[in-house]
Each structure stands twice: as structure tokens, then as C-alpha cells.
Ligand binder design. Structure first.
Ligand SMILES: Nc1ncnc2c1ncn2[C@@H]1O[C@H](COP(=O)(O)OS(=O)(=O)O)[C@@H](OP(=O)(O)O)[C@H]1O
Ligand SMILES: Nc1ncnc2c1ncn2[C@@H]1O[C@H](COP(=O)(O)OP(=O)(O)O)[C@@H](O)[C@H]1O
Length: 185
């Protein structure tokens, strides 16, 4: 744990939803894992909710706007329930639609929207799961950022540019924002 990691003032009495949104390959899961590693050592109740993981339990969830919206409302509701019980929730979903993210924000009390930002070109270059290659081969359609929309957050609490920051720097920026949002309450 770095010195700054250990300076976080949050004591974990109240819940919080940290909502990571961004393109596939932007760095959501990597940062969620890092945040979990740090916060779970300091706080009594921390939980991760991840798009790929939840979808693996509900494989019929599709990628149309209606399917994504329903899925995001469902996981947003679960996040809000966990938050009410004092859990710090780290949610990582592409969640491409502004209105649906706003709806989830309104369901929750303490909500920190984090835009995990990387260009579509960089995400495709990373191609962590080989999905972009499949998109280009015509095996996947309605792919976010290629032939499906991603509405960038207009006023998120945090933006982490994962083309400029390292994983450690990006995680630290989010952790600092968590501390600040708690000090402000
Ligand atoms: N068409 C299409 N568009 C976007 N993503 C796709 C698609 N098909 C499969 N995948 C894989 O699904 C993961 C995204 O799931 P999410 O639940 O986060 O998506 S959403 O919030 O409902 O838009 C996403 O995971 P991440 O790469 O971690 O973002 C992909 O692995
Ligand atoms: N600052 C950063 N934050 C997060 N990931 C980064 C960063 N810089 C480079 N990466 C790399 O980008 C990739 C992101 O993949 P992943 O976390 O699976 O994205 P997502 O969950 O958004 O699909 C990983 O290979 C990760 O190592």
C-alpha cells in the first residue's frame, strides 16, 4: 500500500457506489480490481459488481439498448440496496447511456461516477479479450464504440485517462476523490 493509499479518511460507516463507466478495454476491470484490493483492507464491507461476471450468470442478457438498460437498472438497484447496508460497491459496467446512468445515480445515495477514458483506437489496440478482432471479422455486431453508441459522461465526479495514467496513478486519483467526497459530507 502506498503512503497516499493509507491516508484515506473514509471509515466505512456509510455506503458508497463507485460507478466505473467506459468502453470495452478502457480499464474498468483492472481499476475495479485495484480499488477492491486497497479498499477491502481498510473498510469492513466492500463488493464488486462487474458486467462480464453478472452477464456470465445471466447469459441471455443482450446488447440492444433495451437489454442494456434493463441490465443496468437491475444492477443499479442491487448496488443501491448494498449501499443502504453500508457496503462500498465498486461497479464496472460499460453503461453507455447517459439517461440510464442518471437513473442509477438517482437510485443511490452516495454515488461517484468515474469515466474510465481511453479512445476507441487504443481500446482496439489493447484488444484484451480479442473482441475487437471479432467485430472487424463481422462476428460481433452492436459493439460499443464501433457500431453502437457510447455517450460520454458530461459531468462525472472523476475522469481517469488510462492512455496517460498508469494503473496505480488512475486508482490513486479515484481513491483521492473518494476521500474528498466523504470529507465534504
Ligand atoms: N456488443 C457488445 N458491446 C459491448 N460489450 C460486449 C459486446 N458483446 C460482448 N461484450 C462484452 O460484454 C461486456 C460488457 O458488459 P456490460 O454489462 O458492462 O455492458 S453494458 O453496460 O450493458 O453495456 C464487455 O466487457 P468489458 O470489455 O469488460 O467492458 C465485453 O466483454
Ligand atoms: N491506467 C490504466 N488503468 C487501467 N487499465 C490500464 C491502464 N493503463 C493500461 N491499462 C491496460 O488496459 C487494459 C484494460 O483492460 P480491462 O481492465 O479488462 O478493461 P475493461 O474492463 O474496461 O474492458 C488492461 O490490459 C490494462 O493493463
Amino acid at each position: 500500500m502506498t503512503k497516499t493509499d493509507s491516508e484515506h479518511s473514509r471509515n466505512g460507516d456509510t455506503g458508497l457506489v463507485i460507478w466505473l463507466t467506459g468502453l470495452s478495454g478502457s480499464g474498468k476491470s483492472t481499476l475495479a480490481d485495484r480499488l477492491y484490493e486497497v479498499l477491502n483492507k481498510k473498510l469492513p464491507r466492500v463488493e464488486k459488481l462487474d458486467g462480464d461476471v453478472i452477464r456470465s450468470y445471466f447469459p441471455s442478457t443482450g446488447f440492444t439498448k433495451a437489454a442494456r438498460d434493463e441490465h443496468i437498472k437491475r444492477v443499479g438497484f442491487i448496488a443501491s440496496l448494498l449501499e443502504k447496508h453500508g457496503v462500498t460497491v465498486i461497479a464496472s459496467f460499460i453503461s453507455p447511456y447517459s439517461d440510464t446512468r442518471k437513473l442509477v445515480r438517482n437510485m443511490c445515495g452516495n454515488f461517484l461516477e468515474v469515466h474510465v477514458k481511453a479512445s476507441i483506437e487504443e481500446c482496439e489496440r489493447r484488444d484484451v479479450k480479442g473482441l475487437y478482432k471479432k467485430v472487424r471479422a463481422g462476428e460481433i455486431t452492436n459493439f460499443t464504440g464501433i457500431d453502437d453508441p457510447y455517450e460520454e459522461p458530461v459531468n462525472p465526479e472523476v475522469v481517469v485517462d488510462t492512455e496517460k495514467l498508469t494503473v496505480e496513478e488512475a486508482a490513486e486519483k479515484i481513491l483521492q476523490a473518494i476521500s474528498l467526497s466523504c470529507e465534504a459530507k
